[in-house]
Ligand binder design. Structure first.
Ligand code: PLP
Length: 449
């Protein structure tokens, strides 16, 4: 029997990424407030937020400084835009700070309101740039199976997950997918991580050659795959991939929407994994999830092409009403101030070994085929049989049950396609809270077994 508020929800709301059929019986978990790494439902019951909301609330809940930054900007100038040469101080300050922080040569920053919009802008700008450069055939984009880049027509096409393609008539033409760099699932028996990386790079090269390098514009990659299952690439992967991309003048776009701002113990995931992207996308933890804001870095060659197009066409024809929203920018400015003052990225690096050790201990559980992670992100792979790595059917049903038990234990984690569970807590989590998180997850696994 659903509570009154749950019944009202079921009657009125459509929930993203939800089984709309079973949801009618289970109803929602309705949250009301949060503090630190804890959130509370409408009955006052606490849950450890083991997913930082949706991989975003890095600074935890109830951060008064972020609230104050938003309130102050709301009172001063609640809306201003960046169209047609208009500007505002919070966006200028934020672009300056981000330019300093970017791990790639950056000429300018372009703001969006979400990760999907950031990656969508990347796609459009690749097409725009190659038109400006007089190579209109160089438009195809290669992303990876199990990669996640968003839900617009273009970014769902980049995404490599069946749920984003089946019956959506996606991907659209020109979007291709390379193999997922998951050693546990993809390697041949006895194949080392290095050898697996070399093989995937050779496969990518063959794919580019088969398509014709003059038609391939870019390769998109998350440093560590998030929604695909917290998949850490094998040793040597990005070095091998980068060599192929360089050979065929294919740009690398790093999707830092999850890994950006400290998740892997470095400011950006590209740094942790030795990636040399041409541009990168960011969102989520930039505001600690308190307000929607994303963006992309623009390198000098891209900027020059955009300038040329402005001369030719009379302007840069792209932008959304809320991109670079002043209140979101003010919150991001305060969040970045806190990241630096409180050494949030360094502290994430210091806590990561404790987090990873606790995660690794779950690998002994009979249901866990692999427990993997990097920095402050982790994933576990549920299997029916460890030696053969055989999965339960239907896939994800067991992980979903485990996540429901975890919720019952007072822990929020997320199940993902392929019977995987992700863990990605706020970066401000304390060591004893890390222990609580994994004790609760272990109990949930025991109840699932
Ligand atoms: N890219 C990555 C790596 C993501 O994890 C996500 C969302 O989870 C996105 C892009 C899309 O971001 P948004 O949901 O803000 O559109």
């Amino acid at each position: 029997m659903l509570s009154n508020i749950a019944a009202r929800d079921v009657e009125t709301l459509i929930h993203p990424y939800t089984n709309l059929a079973t949801f009618r019986d289970t109803g929602p978990l309705v949250l009301e407030r949060g503090h630190g790494v804890w959130v509370y439902d409408t009955d006052g019951r606490p849950y450890l937020e083991g997913m930082a909301g949706l991989w975003c609330t890095a600074l935890g809940y109830g951060n008064e400084e972020l609230v104050e930054a938003a309130a102050e900007q709301m009172g001063r100038l609640p809306f201003a835009h960046l169209f047609s040469g208009r500007s505002h101080d919070p966006a200028i300050e934020l672009a300056e700070t981000l330019k300093e922080l970017m791990p790639v040569p950056t000429s300018k920053i372009f703001f969006t309101s979400s990760g999907s919009e950031a990656n969508d802008a990347q796609v459009k700008l690749l097409w725009y740039m190659n038109n400006a450069l007089g190579r209109p055939r160089k438009k195809k984009i290669i992303a990876r199976k199990k990669g996640y880049h968003g839900v617009t027509v273009a970014t769902a096409s980049l995404t490599g997950l069946p749920a984003n393609h089946a019956d959506w008539d996606l991907p659209i033409d020109g979007f291709l997918h390379a193999a997922c760099p998951h050693h546990y699932r993809g390697a041949e028996p006895g194949e080392s991580e290095e050898a697996f990386s070399q093989r995937l790079a050779a496969e990518l090269e063959a794919q580019i050659l088969a398509e014709d390098p003059d038609t391939v514009a870019a390769f998109f990659a998350e440093p560590v795959m998030g929604a695909g299952g917290a998949i850490v690439p094998p040793a040597g992967y990005f070095a091998a991939i980068q060599a192929v991309l360089d050979r065929y003048d294919v740009r690398l776009v790093a999707d830092e929407v999850i890994c950006g701002f400290g998740r892997l113990g470095t400011w950006f995931g590209s740094e942790a994994l030795g990636m040399r992207p041409d541009t990168l996308s960011f969102a989520k933890a930039l505001t600690s999830g308190y307000l929607p804001l994303g963006g992309i870095s623009i390198d000098e060659p891209l900027y020059r092409a955009m300038l040329d197009e402005s001369v030719k066409l009379g302007g840069f024809g792209h932008g959304t009403t809320y991109s670079g929203h002043p209140v979101a920018c003010a919150v991001a400015n305060r969040a970045l101030h806190i990241y630096r003052r409180d050494r949030i990225v360094e502290r994430a690096a210091e806590r990561a070994p404790h987090f990873q050790a606790a995660l690794a201990r779950l690998a002994d559980h009979p249901l866990v085929g692999e427990a993997r992670g990097l920095g402050m992100i982790g994933g576990i792979e549920i299997v029916a049989d460890k030696p053969s790595k055989r999965q339960f059917e239907p896939k994800a049903a067991v992980a979903a049950r485990c996540v429901a038990f975890a919720q019952d234990e007072g822990l929020i984690v997320r199940f993902l396609a392929g019977d995987r569970i992700a863990v990605c807590p706020p970066l401000v989590i304390e060591p004893d809270e890390i222990d609580t998180l994994f004790e609760r997850l272990a109990r949930a696994l025991d109840r699932t077994a």
